[in-house]
Unconditional design. Structure first.
Lengths: 317, 267
């Protein structure tokens, strides 16, 4: 983005990644104003004159109000709701992820936002037994073939990319599809899985994983303002590591069992074990990403932490 | 016969793979463990012999093209073991495997830890770019799933492999395996039954376990594709090279059958 920018909206500010990104933004661009919103209670953020955070209900009226009152140059949509364990939560997730995202994109256009940066996920490609290693960005999105619970993840990504091409003349849009983000502050499904002692692990499958440290991911979000033109980017480290090696590196004991038993046990212990059943395929089959397109723009030094280093840091935490 | 120094082999493997981290899950430690278990079968049961080692130039990586025989893919296992044990320094051949294998519990994990890779275009190109040598069976399942009356009949080669070799400028190394068809000498394939059960092939054989037929693997001369040939050339231009390679494998099979060792005369 060549033009100047002043006001930045971060949707989903309560997430650890958003908080790190906001701090890095303020460090790099001290004169900007950050407006952070979340549907959850916002905590652990030191208020500053140029860093305002608010809890809002995610609906069009509330978003329109903040768009009207603040002229946002850049919008970070990091507010995709993660994985739900109950049906009620699932409905809410679909509502926020699809209807909410649609409203946000419309408002970006209406209020002439200059750049939109959207955080999608590698889950969109699906964990399928015949996945190639290093899926490029134009691979088919097959996540919802087996588990309808993942349909909003795929549909949100597709909605954003369709919108991106349709409005590329007026708004720069970047869709990021990161591999597994891990770190001491982040609390997503894979971090929880790696840190949970005695969690079940498949003994008959050993998929390959890519890990992105939370700091690297936040840096890439910041750099995407000026360095990434409109497009879809896989965000993944070069280093690939098997699930069994990753667990060994974190050094937390797991219970090994055949996947068929793991799937059944996951149903029984689901109230205790928060790992969603429909993500079990991701610890069964590999979903690794080709990072060529990202590195073309950000260079070879886009990642400070290698996968093993990121896992070691998780262990220290 | 020299004793195999597995510790040295493991050290050589680790030197190559631990510094560059194999994304397809190849594990030097597990490969050596499997090799130790497989070795008595390789050496004494199938009595494998590798011929033409002088045709392998260690300064290059190859796309190794072989006939596919033996009903179950033991031939791939024996070829990979032979290239690893009989060539110096040892060569890790990466066999490209059928899609259904990667979805099978234990087998998919075991095969990828031993170096096998799901055989699709993307993986193939990435492996060649990393200067790995591949083992390709361009006959596919049609090659391995033959009834007794069609033993050693080479099936038509697919075209994909040659385009990938052209794209990465990788030389092709034809090889021929003799002796594997005799693992199951009396076998019949019911295509209807295989279709009904939705599996690639079902061999109906008199013996359940493979018989101890001695196996000879012949390495031919490398086939260099013309440098001016584009990977996007029309099929007609590609086909003549496929025929040349197929003829080369066929002539090695014919020659190999003339010198074939029997069950009793194994040396």
């Amino acid at each position: 983005m060549k033009s100047e920018f002043k006001n930045i909206l971060i949707i989903g500010i309560q997430g650890a990644l958003s908080k790190i990104t906001a701090e890095l933004l303020l460090k790099k661009y001290p004169k900007i104003n950050i407006y952070g919103v979340d549907s959850r209670s916002v905590s652990d953020i030191i208020p500053r004159d140029n860093y305002i955070v608010t809890k809002i209900k995610y609906n069009r009226t509330n978003f329109e109000k903040i768009f009207r009152e603040n002229h946002f140059d850049i919008v970070f949509h990091l507010g995709r709701l993660g994985h739900a364990s109950r049906n009620q939560d699932l409905n809410k997730r679909i509502d926020v992820n699809l209807i909410g995202t649609n409203a946000i994109l419309e408002l970006c256009q209406k209020f002439q936002t200059k750049k939109v940066i959207i955080l999608s996920t590698h889950h969109v490609y699906g964990a399928i037994s015949d996945n190639s290693m290093f899926l490029p960005e134009d691979s088919p999105l097959r996540a919802s073939f087996k588990f309808p619970e993942l349909r909003d993840v795929v549909e949100m990504d597709q909605m954003c990319t369709n919108w991106m091409w349709k409005h590329q003349e007026s708004i720069e849009t970047v869709v990021l599809r990161p591999a597994n983000i891990i770190g001491p502050q982040i609390n997503n499904s894979i971090t929880q899985y790696l840190k949970t002692p005695l969690a079940p692990m498949p003994m008959d499958f050993n998929p390959m994983f890519q890990f992105v440290h939370e700091f690297d991911m936040a840096q890439i979000l910041v750099r995407s303002i000026e360095e990434l033109p409109t497009g879809i980017y896989n965000v993944a480290n070069d280093e690939v590591i098997s699930l069994h090696d990753a667990v060994k590196t974190v050094n937390i004991k797991k219970i090994q069992m055949p996947i068929i038993a793991l799937e059944q046990i996951a149903k029984i212990i689901s109230p205790l074990w928060k790992f969603p059943r429909y993500l079990i395929d991701y610890i069964k089959f590999s979903t690794t990403l080709d990072n060529t397109f990202l590195k073309k723009h950000l260079g070879e030094d886009a990642f400070r932490f290698k996968a093993k280093e990121a896992l070691e840091l998780l262990k220290l935490n | 016969m020299n004793k195999v120094n597995f510790s040295l082999l493991e050290k050589q493997l680790k030197e190559k793979y631990e510094t560059r981290n194999d994304p397809w899950g190849f594990s030097p430690e597990k490969a050596i463990t499997d090799l130790k278990l497989l070795y008595p079968l390789y050496r004494y049961y199938f009595n494998v012999k590798l011929h033409g080692v002088e045709n392998f130039d260690h300064s290059k990586n190859y796309m190794v093209i072989s006939n596919h025989t033996g009903q179950i893919p033991i031939d791939a296992l024996l070829i990979c073991t032979a290239f690893f044990l009989e060539l110096n320094p040892p060569i890790v051949l990466r066999p490209l495997v059928e899609r259904f294998l990667s979805g099978l519990p234990f087998l998919g994990k075991w095969s990828s830890e031993g170096g096998a890779v799901l055989g699709d275009r993307q993986n193939c190109l990435n492996l060649l770019k990393r200067e790995e040598s591949l083992l390709v069976f361009p006959e596919g399942v049609r090659g391995i799933a033959k009834s007794s009356k069609n033993h050693y009949e080479l099936q038509p080669f697919t075209k994909g492999f040659i385009r990938m070799a052209l794209q990465t400028k990788t030389p092709i190394l034809p090889i021929a395996v003799i002796g594997a068809e005799e693992f199951y000498p009396f076998v019949f394939h019911s295509k209807k039954l295989a279709n009904f059960l939705r599996v690639p092939a079902i061999p109906l054989s008199l013996n359940l376990l493979p018989l101890p037929s001695p196996v000879d693997i012949y390495i031919g001369s490398p086939y260099q594709l013309p440098l001016e040939l584009s990977p996007d050339s029309p099929d007609e231009e590609i086909e003549k090279h496929i025929l040349n390679i197929s003829d080369e494998v066929n002539s090695m099979i014919e020659q190999g059958l003339k010198n074939k060792r029997s069950f009793l005369k194994r040396n």
